[in-house]
Write a protein that binds this ligand. Sequence first.
Ligand SMILES: O=C(O)CCC(=O)C(=O)O
Length: 388
Amino acid sequence: MPHLYRISPLGPTNPTTLSPPSPGTAPVLMAAKVISSGIRYTTLPESYVRPVNDRPNLSEVSNCDDVPIIDIGCGDRHLISQQIGYACRRYGFFQKELTWRTINQVVNHGVPDEIVQKMQQVGKEFFLLPIEEKMKHYSEDPAKTMRLSTSFNVQKEQVHNWRDYLRLHCYPLDQYSPEWPSNPSYFKLTHVEKSIRIREYVGNYCTAVRDLGMRILESISESLGLQKEQIKTILGEQGQHMAINHYPVCPEPELTYGLPGHTDPNALTILLQDTLVSGLQVLKDGKWLAVKPCPNAFVINIGDQLEAVSNGEYKSVWHRAVVNSDNPRMSIASFLCPCNDSIIRAPEEIIKDGSKPVFKDFTYAEYYKKFWTRNLDQEHCLQFFKNQ
Ligand SMILES: O=C(O)CCC(=O)C(=O)O
């Protein structure tokens, strides 16, 4: 049966024929909810236009020149944890009045170039697939473990974001990789070979990034004066998700976001930026600053769970993605997420004598549920879990 997609409310008002009918089949009138549909927009559809007081003001954004760069492969554990601690505290704990939160970049990270390039290739090729192929994976249900979607939370939000994304659960690999898309196609490969290839490329990347994330968590633990394994123990058997974000060329980038300002609900995010096209911005002293892509580096964001586990000493970073009218942009975010049943609680060692922990105890499942009931750009979700 042909797939018929309605554009409303996410796209132009009239459905558009995007692909010619295949020989011998009925014409497929198709228009997609996603924005990577092949339509070249000349104006921004109404549902993406932000109110005047909530626009990116791109001309006022300057470059962030001092994102700490940490050589994670230097072999000196003590130095790494000192640098991570410094980066995490720098504007978070010691200068609490500032809104700059914790973001840093790691180089010499041990994820081989070839694995990174293949991952980027898969991401790019996926979003170049014909719309009908991509839409096989479309869903607006955040509970799905593999889905193509758009914006952020289309069922809840008032204004949409100029982003499509493929979201994959990645750990345990054996459990989730069989449900990943078996396209993009690699020339001259059989269907079976193709699906092996994508699973191999993406799977290798996931494994390498997970290993990097675990090493960073150990350093973070040590930087807080805790045992190396302590934070990992609190977080339990961590899940891992990936968002391959695709931001198509946008006709009016001043009027919308790829993703509005938010912090990540998970523990740690390992972000692979597009090497050529900028778009990531972080909040510092109440101003948005652009983080230029740094070759061979991952951007590391502290997420809400590490803010809670560190008793608010390390802050989760406010960041956003802006779009542009010249080039599409891709970013690949890998999220390490506590086990659903883990009790998120700061260890006694880092709670000052006699004081109440900053946050109530909660499970990650509770937090994640709350996170998805909101719009991305609402009040910080951690506020709901604060001790009075
Ligand atoms: O595209 C980016 O640089 C940021 C992506 C992001 O914030 C996210 O996926 O949560």
